[in-house]
Ligand binder design. Structure first.
Ligand SMILES: [Zn+2]
Length: 111
C-alpha cells in the first residue's frame, strides 16, 4: 500500500487525526485505538471470559486518568507503534488497520 500518513495530530478534543497522502482525513478516539490494540497481551485479554459481575474493577490512577496518546513512532513504512499514557506501548498498528478504524471527517479547507 502506497498511501501514507502525511500528517498526524491530536485534536483539541484529544482525538488522533491522521491526514493521509490521498487526502483522506480520519479521526480516532484514543479509547478505540487502545481497545483495538493488536499486541499479544491485549488480544489475549479480549478473548478471556469477562470477570464475574460481582467483581468491581479497581482502576489504578493511571487507568482512571483520561487516556492520551503519549507518542507515535513509525515502524518501517507500514505501521505505527502507539504509546499510550497508561504506559502501554507494545501495540503496532498497521497502516491498513488504521485506514479501517476511526471515522472519516471532512478535510480541513485549504486557505
Ligand atoms: Zn496491547
Amino acid at each position: 500500500m502506497d498511501i501514507q500518513p502525511s500528517k498526524l495530530e491530536i485534536t483539541a478534543e484529544g482525538r488522533l487525526r491522521i491526514v493521509w497522502s490521498d487526502g483522506q482525513v480520519r479521526e480516532y478516539s484514543v479509547g478505540e485505538l487502545r481497545d483495538a490494540c493488536p499486541c499479544a497481551t491485549c488480544r489475549e485479554k479480549r478473548s478471556a471470559p469477562p470477570p464475574p459481575s460481582t467483581a468491581l474493577p479497581i482502576l489504578s490512577a493511571a487507568e482512571a486518568a483520561p487516556l492520551r496518546i503519549a507518542a507515535m513512532n513509525p515502524v518501517g513504512r507500514y505501521a505505527y507503534g502507539i504509546e499510550f499514557s497508561d504506559g502501554h506501548d507494545t501495540g503496532i498498528f498497521t497502516l491498513d488497520s488504521l485506514r479501517e478504524m476511526g471515522e472519516e471527517v471532512a478535510p480541513a479547507r485549504k486557505e
